[in-house]
Design a protein around this ligand. Structure first.
Ligand code: XIL
Length: 361
C-alpha cells in the first residue's frame, strides 16, 4: 500500500513491482510463526543473517542455551554462567522483530562436566537444577516467548529415561515418575510467569508407546494445573517417512494433544535424503509441503520451525551418516524446492506466481 501511494506521489511506476512473500510474511497472515535453530557465531556471515531475518519470525539457539554452554562452571552466581552467545541471539531477534525461543533447560545431553562428573549428591544436584532454571529463565524474562523446559525425558518404550536429573542420582525425586519434570515446570513458571512452557521430544510425532507416555504425563499435568503450555515435536525425519498412514498418525496425535489445550510447536524439523538429486529434492519438498499443510489444518499448531535453515550448517550429515540436504536453503543460501512447497502450503505467493502477474495488470 505504502509503495503504491509513494509510486503515485512520485508519478513513477504505474505498476508497482509485486513483492514475493517470505515464509514469515505468509505465516503471519495465518497467526503462525516460522522458526529456525541458529548459532550466534554464524551471524557474522552476511548471507546467513540476511536470510534468517528475512524469512523467519522466530529464532532458537541450536546449542548455546543448553546447560553445558550457558552454565559451564559450578554454582549459581553470575560467574558460573556464559551468556555471551545467547545475549547475541536475543539482541539479533529484537533488532529484526523476531521472537526468541529457549532451548533447553533440563536435558540429559550437553551437560557440563561439573554436573555429569562432579559426583554431586542429591542436595547439590537439586541446587544446580533450581539455580539453573531461576538464573537462565530469569535473565531472559519477557524476552524469550517460549522455553523447552524439559527435553527428551522419555525412552522409546515410554519409560522414563535414566538421567542425572531423574535418578542418577537425581534431585531427590527418583522413582517418583514425572515429579522431577513437574518441579522443573513449576520453577520455570516462577522465574517468568508469562513465558510459554514446553515439553519437547523426538519419536513422539506418531502414535505409539512413547507418544502415549508423554500424553499421559501432560494430561495429568493439565488436570493438576502444573504450568505447561505446549508440546514440541522435534520431527527429525528421513524422507522415507512420507507415507499417508504416517501423516495420518501424526495428525491424529497432534489432535489429542491439542484437545488438552496445549499449543503445538514443530520445533526441530529436518528431512534427510541420501543425495542432492532433483528427484530426492522433489520427494523432500513433497513431505515438507504435507507437514506444513498438516500444521495449517491444526489451529493449535503455531510454530513451524526447522533445525537450522541452510544445508551449509546442519547437524544431519554428522549425526545421520550418508544423508543430508535436509533443510529449506542449499549450501549457497538458494531456495530449494522444499522452500517453495512450504511457502505454498503457508498460503504465500512466490514471485513467479502467474496470479500475481494477473493482479498486477
Ligand atoms: C544437536 C545440535 O544440532 C548439534 O549441533 C549438537 O552437536 C547436538 O545437538 N534434539 C535436540 C537438539 O533437542 O538439541 C539436538 O541438537 C538435536 C536433537
Amino acid at each position: 500500500m505504502t509503495t503504491m501511494i509513494l509510486a503515485l506521489l512520485l508519478g513513477t511506476a504505474s505498476t508497482p513491482a509485486p513483492t514475493a512473500d517470505t515464509l514469515r510474511s505468509a505465516a503471519a497472515r495465518t497467526g503462525r510463526d516460522v522458526g529456525a535453530a541458529v548459532g550466534p557465531h554464524l551471524l557474522d556471515e552476511p548471507s546467513y543473517r540476511t536470510v534468517l531475518a528475512r524469512e523467519f519470525s522466530v529464532l532458537e539457539a541450536e546449542n548455546v542455551m543448553k546447560f553445558g554452554p550457558i552454565h559451564p562452571r559450578p554454582g549459581s552466581d553470575p560467574s558460573a554462567f556464559d551468556f555471551e552467545g545467547s545475549d547475541r541471539l536475543i539482541e539479533f531477534a529484537k533488532a529484526n522483530r523476531m521472537k526468541a525461543r529457549g532451548h533447553a533447560l533440563i536435558w540429559h545431553n550437553q551437560n557440563p562436566t561439573w554436573v555429569e562428573k562432579g559426583n554431586l549428591g542429591i542436595v547439590e544436584l537439586n541446587e544446580a537444577f533450581e539455580g539453573h532454571i531461576a538464573a537462565v529463565v530469569g535473565r531472559y524474562k519477557g524476552r524469550i516467548y517460549a522455553w523447552d523446559v524439559v527435553n527428551e525425558a522419555f525412552a522409546d518404550d515410554g519409560t522414563l529415561r535414566h538421567t542425572v536429573w531423574y535418578d542418577r542420582p537425581g534431585i531427590g525425586l527418583a522413582d517418583q515418575g514425572t515429579a522431577y519434570i513437574e518441579r522443573a515446570f513449576r520453577l520455570a513458571r516462577k522465574a517468568d510467569p508469562r513465558c510459554k512452557l514446553f515439553y519437547n521430544d523426538y519419536g513422539i510425532e506418531t502414535l505409539g508407546p512413547k507418544a502415549d507416555a508423554v500424553y499421559e504425563m501432560l494430561k495429568d499435568f493439565r488436570a493438576r494445573k502444573v504450568p505447561v503450555d505446549g508440546i514440541g515435536f522435534q520431527c527429525h525425519f528421513p524422507v522415507e517417512m512420507n507415507k499417508p498412514d504416517v501423516l495420518d498418525s501424526i495428525e491424529r496425535n497432534f489432535a489429542r494433544f491439542a484437545k488438552l489445550g496445549l499449543e503445538i510447536h514443530i520445533t526441530e524439523l529436518d528431512i534427510r535424503v541420501k543425495d542432492g538429486s532433483v528427484a530426492s529434492l522433489q520427494a523432500q519438498a513433497d513431505f515438507y509441503g504435507k507437514l506444513t499443510e498438516l500444521c495449517m489444518r491444526q489451529p493449535k499448531c503455531k510454530l513451524f520451525q526447522t533445525w537450522g535453515f541452510t544445508d551449509r550448517y546442519s547437524w544431519v550429515p554428522r549425526f545421520f551418516r550418508g544423508t543430508g540436504w535436509a533443510l529449506l536453503f542449499d549450501e549457497n543460501y538458494q531456495k530449494k524446492p522444499s522452500y517453495d512447497a512450504v511457502l505454498k502450503a503457508l498460503g504465500g505467493k512466490p514471485k513467479s506466481d502467474p496470479e500475481l502477474g494477473d493482479r498486477k495488470r
